[in-house]
Write a protein that binds this ligand. Structure first.
Ligand code: S3P
Length: 165
């Protein structure tokens, strides 16, 4: 089976949906952020605060290359910032974009404290969102709209898509 990569903005449900899909299909699952935290024994927030975003992006590129032994991978929202990540994912599998509106994301991340690019971005959240959307669209083989859908509905759509890949 090709690797199923889930991409999308922070709070779009990549981890929840990825885990749910993996359980449903009895497949293996990994999240790039979790892999980074485990490999470097540091929290994402600390990597951002102490070393900055560029170091995190380097870790993320390496993590994505190394994670080639699992069936379903949920990626960090900024995976689309580096073109090389497209090559890695395209060579190993199929890329599915979980699309969510800015309003929906804002609601979901209201009390979040774990995402430096969301929490430290005061006025610029919408700009980041708007800049990222065309990148997700460019990377995606398939797009699933997630607003107003239950986790079960989204997983069902995903299962339909991956039947054909
Ligand atoms: C980021 C998204 C986060 C995490 C990091 C940077 C981003 O992952 O990788 O905080 O640049 O959008 P989630 O999309 O899982 O929140």
């Amino acid at each position: 089976m090709k690797i199923i990569y889930l991409i999308g903005f922070m709070g779009s449900g990549k981890s929840t949906i990825g885990q749910g899909l993996a359980e449903d299909l009895s497949k293996s699952y990994l999240d790039t952020d979790e892999y980074i935290e485990r490999t470097y024994q540091r929290k994402i927030v600390d990597i951002f605060a102490e070393d900055g975003e560029s170091v995190f992006r380097y870790y993320e590129i390496e993590a994505l290359k190394k994670i080639n032994h699992v069936d379903i991978v949920s990626t960090g929202g900024g995976i689309v910032e580096k073109e090389v990540n497209y090559d890695t994912m395209k060579n190993n599998g199929v890329i599915i974009y979980l699309e969510a509106s800015f309003n929906e994301i804002s609601k979901r991340l209201l009390n979040d404290t774990n995402r430096p690019l969301w929490n430290n971005n005061n006025g610029d959240k919408k700009n980041l969102f708007n800049r990222r959307i065309p990148l997700y669209e460019k990377f995606a083989d398939y797009i699933i709209k997630t607003d107003d859908k239950t986790i079960e509905e989204i997983i069902k759509e995903l299962k339909n898509i991956i039947k054909h890949v």
